[in-house]
Design a protein around this ligand. Sequence first.
Ligand code: GLP
Length: 238
Amino acid sequence: MQVVVKSTADAAAEYVHALLEKQLTTFPDSVLGLPTGGTPVSVYARLIKGLQPSWKRATTFNLDEYIGLGPEHPASYATYMRKHLFDHVDCPAEQRHIPNGLAADIEAEADRYENAIRRSGGIDFLLLGLGTNAHIGFNEPGSDFRSRTRRVQLTPSTLDANARYFRPGERLPSQAITMGIGTMLEARKIVVMATGQSKADAVGRMFQDPPTIDVPGSALQLARDVLVVLDAASASHL
Ligand code: GLP
């Protein structure tokens, strides 16, 4: 894994933005894997400002979605993606993919998603955030490194960390559909972005040797091309 440490979160976002912009301008028909969460917001904000690269030929696959939330729910990742990216770029709706958290048969939906990734030719550029427990997508500690897109149970620490996206007192979904770690490891390029002191421990453990299923992010040591982009605070345990 290669590591780039920038002094601030803003500088890290600028760096990741430049990588994505270059990917889209050099390879306009890229297949991208895209995360949600607070970390990439400032990357998406940069991508939709000013002279944007065209997304007309790009295909996107989001990492995950809550089970039980429809695309109109304010805390769904479908809403997040429209708000922060898709409402502002020219990526055709049929080329954007997010797991359907309302599917009647979640296992069939997970298989459909996995097959859609395969049919697209696989992910060229996968952008990942990192949970405070080192989860990637919603692959919580204990996830098999060969796992594919599937239903997962969210841990109490993840529910705590994500409660801020829900109304006070609202019950959070306890399950999600997530791209698997095995699916992620097949991406041709992976960029992991983490910022802030709250991620320092997870970042340190990601580099733990040897990789362990207790630290999902450590699986990335097994991928062929991984770049980790940090700010000084999140790199403080390295
Ligand atoms: C969520 C998402 C992850 C994301 C993580 C970190 O749980 N499923 O894909 O990386 O949160 O989020 P944040 O960037 O808000 O810290």
